[in-house]
Design a protein around this ligand. Structure first.
Ligand code: F3S
Length: 775
């Protein structure tokens, strides 16, 4: 079904810049030699390089060794932001003084909406509770020409798939499941707000060239197995770290048998194995999905490009492309999988799950089945689930577990309502929640009497199952499965039920067995547009709009630029605020949970700085000692020193800042007066984030020197200015003055590039971008 685009939407801003990309790809071929075979991911990424020659030939043995080595400077086509992370991204963008964004962008209000009683009650309550933040996001979006999707419009990744993703596009999104858009052939990467700002102001965004993990699909899915099972199986094979530094590129004959939304599900959960992103080549599923979502002209252009030069075109891998690692999956032999609890890589084939439950002593019953979310709320997912509900209803059965349905967008919700799928779910006792994240991100107000701290199980078709993620109860075991498996199992309420082989007794004494689910890839009557109130605002800047930030707000605060580095000088008296022992993740540095509320208020969220850090001298957590021996929490001491004009340093062990791309973990120390983090080693993304905020990450040249420094020692730098001024050439030594007056000299190493030295000198990357934007 081809739906024409509603007239108010400008499709040209949603079409990848194909002529430019094709020209760039030709340049890449010239630089690397025309015989060099490229994977699809390489083609799309490299055709978004700011300067292909510079990125591909520097440090790469003349282009022979790009993957895992080259530093790519990229110009993405688009940015998408969800409401929680958009706050800091937009506050940073506003500091640059630009009148509009350099690339099209969108904001999606989805994370701050509770799931409890159903959409009609939950949505207005959540809007009222977060009004200030939504007003800020809406006014900033209007001012700068960003499309604003209001609360209730849908979950970022579903809205992106329906509206913005397209074959060959490159986009950044401020959410880790941004790779969902790879289901429609885009390179879509999850980043922090400061990285999104790079794209918004047209500065090149840097990425270490990923390696490519090829997943060859053969055969065809059938019966109970769904696209979700591809990635569930893969997660078990790769583990949560196996995709780190890789792009997962699906290919092979099995690709053409999958729906576009099914491919998106597989890409969505690539985040669970740590992959930079995942993507699929142009396929028939893309054409029908683009046409059904009002984007026939994009499908036409992409199909033309995909037919050029057999397979050496932009939208498919070269036939002789080589992968750094290759996994083959036969879809015909794939079984449904159940992953969890507590980690998405604990993968069990359905046929073995009953035994696994017994071996691990997991609960034999479960209280709730939740389907939908950004991962699994397509028309195909929901109509397959509906088919199972209808079978059970005909046998007179009702779900034994509470049953919740989260549509991913207003478009999908309205279509399912029109086609009576939602009324089927409701008549079975299901609760239809708002088109938002809700229970997937801890916004689940659970009313079934399960007390916090009680062991219990739930089944969801979501993507993550870390402790506490859904209902705030760290003891809730979330087993991930496809919507079909979750739905069928909800009718038995038993974790050991296998819907493929087991039956459920009915009230008339008969045994009911499900037939395998079947559904529809796309709605035969086309997608419904839904409530016009949930349409986005157009992406046209309006300079007359005032951005709504109340000076008395405790949730939002405008950012003040950080002071530039004092030209020609060294630090002479940085004091050691804290010496951290052991693991120090971004959660340790900037805790989540209740603190999420303050993501747009740097002074308030800074009250959590390092509160999870263990004191190396005493073993205490969040207990800092001032020079006179008085104790306080770490943020309190940092604030006291800030008020006294005393800047400081943190000393730490290995992999400082591991975990996530959370930029607050770099912003907060900088805001409170932190200038250097001296560690045995850093997590790569956090090390970059520190430099972007003007904090200097140094590592010990000799790890044993960690033992020579204590809290409240005072440090001076030698060689720092020279290093910064020379663009990273040079080294820094620290002269440590101990409390007894003695001195120790510590040699350090750094990874500062010329660009990053520029950030430090300017005070932050943002200061530099702002200056460049003004010029
Ligand atoms: Fe939202 Fe959960 Fe997806 S938080 S974006 S529905 S992973």
């Amino acid at each position: 079904v081809t739906n024409p685009r509603p007239p108010q939407i400008d499709i040209s801003s949603r079409t990848p810049p194909y002529p430019k990309l094709l020209k760039r790809l030709a340049e890449v071929r010239r630089v690397l030699g025309s015989s060099r075979a490229l994977t699809l991911a390489e083609k799309i990424l490299y055709s978004h390089l700011d300067n292909p020659e510079e990125s591909l030939l520097t440090n790469t043995q003349n282009g022979a060794n790009i993957r895992g080595v080259a530093n790519l400077k990229l110009k993405p086509d688009r940015v998408a932001m969800q409401d929680a992370s958009a706050q800091m991204a937009l506050l940073q963008f506003m500091s640059c003084g630009m009148s509009t964004t350099a690339v099209p962008a969108s904001v999606h209000c989805d994370h701050m909406i509770v799931g409890e009683k159903g959409a009609d009650t939950d949505l207005p309550n959540s809007i009222a509770g977060n009004k200030e933040v939504f007003d800020f996001l809406e006014s900033a979006a209007k001012k700068y020409g960003i499309e604003f999707w209001p609360p209730g419009a849908g979950i970022i990744h579903q809205s992106v798939l329906e509206n913005y993703s397209a074959p060959g596009l490159m986009m950044l999104g401020t959410d880790s499941h941004t790779p969902n858009a790879g289901g429609l052939g885009a390179i879509a990467i999850g980043v922090g707000g400061a990285d999104a700002v790079d794209a918004l102001v047209d500065a090149p965004w840097e990425l270490k060239a990923p390696k490519i993990l090829g997943v060859r699909l053969e055969g065809q899915l059938s019966g109970w197995t769904s696209p979700k099972d591809v990635i569930m199986y893969l997660a078990g094979k790769l583990t949560v770290r196996g995709g780190t530094g890789f792009i997962i590129e699906y290919h092979g004959p099995g690709v053409d048998t999958l729906s576009c939304t099914g491919m998106a599900t597989a890409c969505n959960m690539g985040a669970e194995v740590g992959a930079t992103t995942s993507l699929f080549p142009f396929s028939p599923g893309h054409i029908s999905y683009l046409e059904a979502t009002h984007r026939g002209p994009i499908a036409k252009q992409a199909a033309e490009i995909a037919s050029y030069e057999s397979s050496r075109n932009l939208l498919r891998p070269d036939p002789d492309a080589e992968y750094d690692q290759l996994i083959t999956i036969n879809l015909s032999e794939l079984e449904p999988h159940i992953n969890g609890p507590f980690t998405p890589d604990l993968s069990t084939p359905l046929s073995k799950f009953k035994d696994t439950v017994a071996i691990n002593n997991w609960p034999e019953t479960f209280g709730a089945g939740l389907i939908g979310s950004c991962t699994n709320s397509s028309y195909e997912d929901m109509t397959r689930a509906e088919h199972l509900v209808k079978q059970a209803q005909a046998a007179g059965l009702s779900p034994k577990a509470d049953f919740f349905i989260t549509p991913g967008s207003e478009q999908i919700r309205a279509t399912l309502e029109r086609d009576e799928t939602l009324s089927t779910f409701s008549s079975a006792g299901g609760t239809v929640l708002a088109n938002a994240c809700g229970p997937c991100i801890g916004q689940w107000k659970r009313n079934d009497g399960v007390e916090k701290g009680t062991d219990n199980a739930i089944f969801t078709s979501y993507n993550r199952n870390f402790p506490g993620r859904n209902d705030g109860n760290r003891k809730t075991m979330n087993f991930l499965a496809s919507p079909e498996i979750v739905t069928a199992m909800s009718y038995s309420g038993s974790t050991t039920f296998n819907p493929m082989t087991d039956s459920i007794p009915t009230s008339n004494g008969q045994e009911f067995r499900f037939n395998p689910p079947s559904g529809y890839e796309l709605p035969s009557a086309g997608f419904a547009d839904g409530n016009p109130l949930f349409q986005p605002t157009p992406g046209v800047p309006d300079p007359t709009v005032d951005v709504a930030v109340s000076p008395t707000s405790d949730r939002l605060a405008l950012l003040e630029p950080f002071a530039p580095y004092p030209t020609g000088q060294e630090f002479s008296d940085l004091r050691v605020l804290y010496k951290v022992k052991g693991q120090c993740t971004t959660d340790t540095i900037s805790a989540a949970g209740p603190w999420l509320k303050y993501k747009g208020h740097l002074p308030n969220i800074s009250e959590n700085t390092l509160i999870g850090a263990v004191n190396a001298a005493t073993g205490e957590t969040n207990t800092a000692y001032d020079t006179d021996g008085t104790t306080s929490g770490i943020p309190e001491l940092a604030k006291r020193w800030k008020d006294q004009g005393r800047e400081w340093i943190v000393v730490a062990e290995h992999n400082y800042g591991e975990g996530s791309a959370r930029e607050h973990a770099a912003l907060q120390p900088r805001y409170l007066g932190g200038r250097i983090i001296l560690a045995k080693s850093f997590a790569r993304i956090h090390e970059t984030n520190l430099k972007k905020q003007g904090v200097i990450p140094l590592t010990f040249a000799n790890e044993a020197d960690y033992d020579k420094i204590d809290a409240c020692d005072e440090l001076s730098t030698r060689g720092l200015w020279e290093t910064l001024e020379s663009g990273g050439k040079g080294s820094v030594e620290l002269v440590v003055k101990k409390k007894d007056g003695s001195e120790v000299v510590v040699q350090t190493k750094h990874t500062l590039s010329a660009d990053q030295c520029g950030f430090i000198i300017a005070g932050s990357a943002l200061n530099l971008l702002a200056r460049q934007a003004q010029e």
